[in-house]
Design a protein around this ligand. Structure first.
Ligand code: NDP
Length: 439
C-alpha cells in the first residue's frame, strides 16, 4: 500500500477482508494452493474513459469515467455508478471489490462491479446533467448488457440520471432491456428499489436486535447522510417505532432531539436539492452545525446520545474518536448503510466493545439485492407488487444476517459479523472460481 498511496481506499478494503479470511485459509488450505488471493484482488477488467460534454454556456468540459468489472464468477457484473468530485480509480476499485462479496452474500447470482465519474452534479442544470449522462453512456454502452454488466445508482446517481443513461443506451443500441437498475416505475423499475438500501439496513438491525432478545421500538438513532440511503433508513426506523434524531450532508448536520421530520427532509433533498441548513426554517427547535464548527477531526453526528447508529453518507466518515464517543454515549448497535463508513480503527473499537456491528457489505446489501429483483422482473416481463418485493427484501436481509452469524460461530468468533460476512461472501465466489478453472 505504501508504494501506491493513490490506491489507499482499495488497500484498506482488501486488508480488512484478508485479515478476517485468515482463519478460513488456516482451515482450508486449498484456497492458497489455488492462488485464490492473488486472483480475487485483481479486477477482471478496468475501463477508464474520457467523458466530453457541453455545458449551458456552450463550453466543452472533460471528466474521467470509470467502470471496474471486478468479478463475474457467480453472475453478471452488478454495482452502482457514483458521480462525485472525489471519485478516483482507487474509490471505484474499492467499491467494486466490496461489491463482489456483498453480492455473493445476498445469495443471488450477481457478480461485482462499480463505476462512476469525478463529475460534480451540484449546481448543474437539468440539461447539463442530461448532456453529461448521454456522454458517459456513449462510451459505457459498449461494455454493458443485461447478462454482461448491469449498473445502478449510487452517490449522485438517482432516478433522473438512470433515466438519461437508459435513454441514451436505447438510442445507441436500439434495445429495450434490463441493462440498468434503479429505473423509474413506469418504464421498467421495481417497486421498493428506491427504499431498499435504507429499509434493508433497518431490517438487518432488527435481525441483530431480535437475535439478542431486543427490538427497535423506542430506540434513539443517529443517522448520517441525507440522501437515498439516509432518507429511507429514517422512514423505516419510524415505521418500526424508533426515533432518528440526526441527519447530515457535506455541509453540516442537524440534531433534532424530538425526531427528524421526514417530510421536511424529503422536501429539501428529493425535491429542492437544498442544503440541510434550510431545515431550521420550519424547525427552529432543531440544532444545525456546519462542518466548519465540528471539533477537529470529528463528525458531530456521532457525538449525540443514541442507542443505535446508521452511518449512511460515505466512506471513512466515522473514525476512532467518533467510535469512542458513540460507545461512551451508550450506543449498542452500528449498522452501516454506506460503504466502508467506519475506519479500521473505529471497527476495532466496535469489535472490542462487543456491540452489535454490521459492516456495509452485509447491512446495505438490500439495495443491490432489490436491483437483482428488478433484473428478474425485467427478464420475465412481469412487475411484482410493493408487498411482494418488500417481503423478498426482508427475507434476503434475514438470510444475510443468518449466514454471517452462523459463519462467525463456525469460526469460533460468535457475533463477529465482519468475519462472518467476509468468509461467507468470499467462500461462494472463490468456490465458483475454482470450479471454473484458471480464471
Ligand atoms: P446520495 O447521493 O443519495 O446521498 C449521499 C449523502 O451523503 C448526501 O447527503 C451527501 O451530502 C452525503 N455525502 C456524500 N459525500 C460526502 C462527503 N464526502 N462528506 C460528507 N457527506 C457526504 O447517495 P446514497 O444515499 O445513494 O449513498 C450513500 C452511501 O450508501 C454511499 O456510501 C453508497 O455507496 C452507499 N450505498 C448506496 C446504495 C444505494 O442503493 N443507493 C446501495 C449500497 C450502498 P451532499 O448532498 O451535501 O453531498
Amino acid at each position: 500500500a505504501k508504494s501506491s498511496p493513490s490506491q489507499s481506499e482499495f488497500y484498506q478494503a482488501v486488508l480488512e477482508v484478508l485479515e478476517s479470511l485468515s482463519p478460513l485459509f488456516e482451515k482450508e488450505k486449498h484456497y492458497l494452493d489455488q492462488n485464490i488471493i492473488e486472483r480475487i484482488v485483481e479486477p477482471e477488467r478496468q475501463i477508464m474513459f474520457r467523458v466530453t460534454w457541453v455545458d449551458d454556456k456552450g463550453k466543452i468540459n472533460v471528466n474521467k469515467g470509470y467502470r471496474v468489472e471486478f468479478n463475474s464468477a457467480i453472475g453478471p457484473y452488478k454495482g452502482g455508478l457514483r458521480f462525485h468530485p472525489s471519485v478516483s480509480a482507487s474509490i471505484i476499485k474499492f467499491l467494486g471489490f466490496e461489491q463482489t462479496f456483498k453480492n455473493s452474500l445476498t445469495g443471488l447470482a450477481i457478480g461485482g462491479g462499480k463505476g462512476g465519474s469525478d463529475f460534480d452534479p451540484k449546481g448543474k442544470s437539468d440539461n447539463e446533467i442530461m448532456s453529461f449522462c448521454q456522454a458517459f453512456m456513449s462510451e459505457l454502452y459498449r461494455h454493458i448488457g443485461p447478462t454482461i454488466d448491469v449498473p445502478a445508482g449510487d452517490i449522485g446517481v438517482g432516478g433522473r440520471e438512470i433515466g438519461y443513461l437508459f435513454g441514451q443506451y436505447k438510442r445507441l443500441t436500439g434495445r429495450y432491456e434490463g441493462v440498468l437498475t434503479g429505473k423509474r416505475i413506469p418504464w421498467g423499475g421495481s417497486l421498493v428499489r428506491t427504499e431498499a438500501t435504507g429499509y434493508g439496513a433497518v431490517y438487518f438491525a432488527q435481525n441483530m436486535l431480535q437475535n439478542a432478545g431486543d427490538h427497535l421500538d423506542g430506540k434513539i438513532c443517529a443517522v448520517s447522510g441525507a440522501g437515498n440511503v439516509a432518507i429511507y433508513t429514517i422512514e423505516k426506523l419510524y415505521q418500526l417505532g424508533a426515533t432518528p434524531v440526526t441527519c447530515s450532508d457535506s455541509r453540516g448536520m442537524i440534531y433534532h432531539k424530538s425526531g427528524i421530520n421526514l417530510e421536511t427532509l424529503k422536501q429539501l433533498k428529493e425535491k429542492q436539492q437544498a442544503p440541510l441548513q434550510n431545515y431550521l426554517q420550519t424547525h427552529p427547535d432543531a440544532v444545525y452545525k456546519p462542518v466548519a464548527d465540528y471539533a477537529p477531526g470529528r463528525n458531530e453526528v456521532w457525538s449525540v446520545p443514541c442507542d443505535l447508529a446508521f452511518p449512511s453518507a460515505t466512506q471513512n466518515e466515522l473514525n476512532q474518536a467518533d467510535a469512542l464517543a458513540l460507545l461512551a454515549n451508550g450506543c449498542k448497535l452500528v449498522a452501516e448503510g454506506a460503504n466502508m463508513p467506519s475506519t479500521p480503527e473505529a471497527v476495532e473499537e466496535f469489535l472490542k466493545a462487543r456491540i452489535h456491528y454490521a459492516p456495509g457489505k452485509a447491512a446495505n446489501a438490500g439495495g443491490v439485492a432489490t436491483s437483482q429483483l428488478e433484473m428478474a422482473q425485467n427478464a420475465s416481463m412481469i412487475q411484482w407488487s410493493f408487498d411482494e418485493v418488500d417481503l423478498r427484501l426482508k427475507n434476503i436481509m434475514k438470510n444475510i444476517f443468518t449466514s454471517a452469524w452462523e459463519t462467525a460461530d463456525e469460526f469460533n468468533q460468535p457475533g463477529n459479523l465482519v468475519l462472518g460476512a467476509n468468509i461467507a461472501g468470499f467462500r461462494k465466489v472463490a468456490d465458483a472460481m475454482i470450479d471454473q478453472g484458471a480464471v
